[in-house]
Design a protein around this ligand. Sequence first.
Ligand code: HEC
Ligand code: HEC
Length: 275
Amino acid sequence: MRTLLAISLSALVGSLAWAGEDSSLVIDGEEIKIRATAPAHADALDEVYSGWVFRTDETQALQMDDFENPAFVFVDQAIDMFSKVDGTEGKSCASCHDDVAEFAGLRPTMPRVVDGEVVTMEDMVNGCRTKRMGAEPWKWSSASMTAMTALIGLQSRGTEINVKIDGDAAAQWEAGKELYYTRVGQLDMSCANCHEDNYGNMIRADHLSQGQINGFPTYRLKNTKLNSVHGRFKGCMENIRATPFKEGGEEFKALELYLASRGNGLSVETPSVRN
Ligand code: HEC
Ligand code: HEC
């Protein structure tokens, strides 16, 4: 079985000179760290790279200018939503949070572990909607949710990711790591088989990255909308013909914590542009 798989993977993956090595990402005069020394806990990697590094010049350029970046259409919608009253309490986000800029510094620490559970940005937004506004929760990958998490994430753009993995976060982090290295699906592959063993190589027409999540939510040219972290995980699982875990479920949350921590040292890039 192992040998067969090794053959099928090497048939899929081809190598390519790695053009992105010396490019840099500067937005509005601010340098975004797209490569960094790998954190000690990502011990199979020497360096970590943002997914931006692996994209074509054209895709990269879209993210270098907020006027070109298609994600900003949705960010603008979120700015409007922020002060829109919703729910039985007659409140908007702005009723309690004067300015969205107060969330600067939050995104690089997300997700967090509270009382043994992983809390994501989506959980925080929906927590306020249901408990404080009397409003319906937004669906995980809905247009409203991804727009709002993009707006909140943007407040920390350029700040280094620094997710906590020790202490009470350790058990969830270990669970996420386990999932990252577990082979699943008809193709019997793990996340690591592509994003750790083969980043920099081509898989079919796609240039494989390390699968970092520092740029999420991300605008994809493929589906012309913002994509959540869990939405992306789901897509990758479907591609290897595995039954995906549930968006917002505990497996994807643990995996999100683990993946976020592999990006410690990169900058928040939200909202990024990918193919
Ligand atoms: C009725 C008041 C109220 C409303 C309305 C409200 N929030 Fe909150 N929100 C809070 C309080 C209180 C906290 C907890 C503050 C803290 O822990 O520092 C909080 C926390 C948060 C946090 C986490 C902040 C942190 O640093 O931990 C986010 C993100 C957030 N709210 C987003 C929103 C969004 C988006 C909306 C609108 C969809 C919203 N909130 C609506 C009161 C509100
Ligand atoms: C068969 C190879 C393959 C496997 C296995 C795989 N992915 Fe991916 N993944 C891709 C490709 C191809 C892309 C798009 C190009 C890129 O960014 O690598 C991608 C993109 C991503 C991205 C977006 C990166 C960015 O910068 O926007 C994330 C996050 C991701 N994958 C996570 C995962 C996780 C988590 C798993 C395991 C559940 C997984 N992938 C398994 C092939 C794979």
